[in-house]
Write a protein that binds this ligand. Structure first.
Ligand SMILES: [Zn+2]
Length: 457
């Protein structure tokens, strides 16, 4: 009897400590998803009557530093390398140390232990973050090398929005798709074609060539989404690796794009969109509770998002007035300008800003802000000058940028600039082996802990 009690007590402690070895590993990376972005999403969700982000209720939560070997502020390639290999490197290096020597990544470790490997992103499959899980190069812009390494790598499922190519590329997507087929990949274009195939390596992309999926806030019904790719990856990996398990990295890559554009509503919708893929992992965990581990983190913060106190503003629910991204709003303004040019009256532009952002409904721009909006309208529509400004991924009408900043002001959201910052990011962990992650303080600690906990040495 005493022996049984001791055994049961041990079993209870073991279960509570979460010290099981994870067989199925989910690794979510919200690109550019800082702590404030997560908090704003939860504040918006609470105000809009939506559930809190699923990962913000994970039992193990801490912060990790993100600096690279280049300095306090990392880019996605160096951060992806830290998260995939446990080693800091120089910005723009991918899967290589500061001397350029290749580093062993989690995909290769998982593969060497007989596990299936999947890599999924809402950007291109050879972009910085996914690339850090299969490539070894000193330039994230060397798309030819990265794509060649991608087709040779031992990954079972690759899903994303497209294949990035050099600026002067004349080969097109088909060249790479044909090379993929020659290398033994099963190429699936469009979500209706996604299905599990025994023993095959799958390359899953949208039907149409592109660089990234539509932003969640702009996506039309029926479009390929991150969760379609995540579901297809889980199905394929589980069908093929039921015995040994799998490692699946999923990147919410467009949170970063939207934060580069200082687009608060766009970022909130994109983070909620990634959470739908986390939901699929949670469903998997419910079916395999003692063998599944889910890690959610970010590679860095983008934009320096913060909330500033203002007794008249600071209402995150006003973001619900935003019905399209800043990029899409810029497109609508450009279309209007093309249609009626200098004959476009201010009132028509004002209506468009109201429809797209809820300005003059929830958020009342101050007189000074309205004056500036009118000035930008004049420069764009009446003077017909160059009225556009570029950030890293988006060239947009200044009027669209400023109007979105007026909405942000109403919601209490401010931005430092259009680039990455050195802020720490959140780490959220749930499942088998979770307890060990509470000690993580640096982004390199995450893969190093995972290697230990999952026995991937
Ligand atoms: Zn970025």
């Amino acid at each position: 009897m005493k022996r049984i009690t001791t055994f049961l007590l041990f079993l209870l402690l073991w279960t509570l400590s979460g010290a099981q070895t994870p067989k199925y590993i989910f690794y979510f990376i919200g690109d550019g998803m800082g702590i404030n972005q997560v908090q704003l999403t939860n504040a918006y969700n609470a105000a809009a009557g939506l559930p809190a982000l699923n990962f913000s209720a994970f039992p193990v939560q801490t912060f990790v530093a993100t600096q690279s070997a280049s300095g306090l502020v990392t880019d996605s390639a160096a951060a992806g390398t830290a998260l995939s290999t446990g080693t800091k490197t120089t910005n723009y290096y991918m899967g290589a140390d500061p001397d350029g020597a290749p580093l062993r990544n989690l995909s290769e470790r998982a593969r060497q232990h007989g596990k299936g490997v999947g890599i999924v992103t809402s950007t291109s499959v050879n972009h910085a973050t996914p690339g850090a899980f299969f490539a070894h190069t000193t330039s994230r812009r060397d798309f030819k090398t990265i794509s060649t390494q991608m087709l040779a790598c031992q990954v079972d499922f690759l899903g994303g929005a497209g294949i990035l190519r050099e600026k002067d590329d004349t080969l097109g997507r088909d060249y790479w798709l044909n090379r993929a087929k020659e290398a033994g990949w099963e190429v699936c274009l469009g979500k209706d074609t996604f299905r599990t195939r025994p023993g095959k390596r799958m390359l899953c992309l949208p039907e149409k060539d592109g660089k990234e999926l539509s932003y969640a806030i702009d996506a039309a019904g029926g479009e390929l989404r991150l969760q379609d790719l995540t579901r297809a990856a889980i199905d394929h990996l589980y069908a093929n690796y039921r015995r040994k398990g799998f490692f699946l990295m999923v990147e919410g890559g467009l949170i970063d794009y939207l934060c580069h554009s200082n687009d608060p509503g766009g970022a909130v919708h994109e983070i909620n969109d990634m959470a739908q893929s986390v939901e699929l992992a949670l469903q998997f965990l419910a079916a395999h509770p003692h063998e599944t581990l889910i890690i959610v983190t970010a590679d860095h913060e983008t934009g320096g998002m913060a909330y500033a106190y203002d007794r008249r503003t600071g209402r995150p629910e006003w973001l619900s007035g935003q019905t399209c991204s800043m990029r899409a709003l810029s497109g609508r303004l450009a279309a209007l300008k093309k249609e009626s040019g200098e004959n476009t009256p201010w009132i028509q532009v004002k209506d468009l800003l109201r429809e797209s952002l809820g300005l003059w409904e929830s958020v009342q721009p101050t007189a000074a802000k309205e004056k500036q909006l009118k000035q930008l309208y004049k420069e764009s529509f009446l003077d017909n000058g160059d009225s556009r400004e570029a950030d890293l991924y988006t060239t947009a009408e200044r009027l669209a940028r400023y109007a979105v900043s007026c909405l942000g002001w109403g919601c209490g959201v401010k931005w430092l600039d259009n680039n990455h910052t050195g802020s720490p990011v959140g780490l959220y962990v749930k499942g088998a082996g979770q307890a060990a992650f509470a000690a993580c303080r640096d982004n390199t600690d995450i893969p190093n802990t995972l290697v230990r906990v999952a026995g991937l040495q």
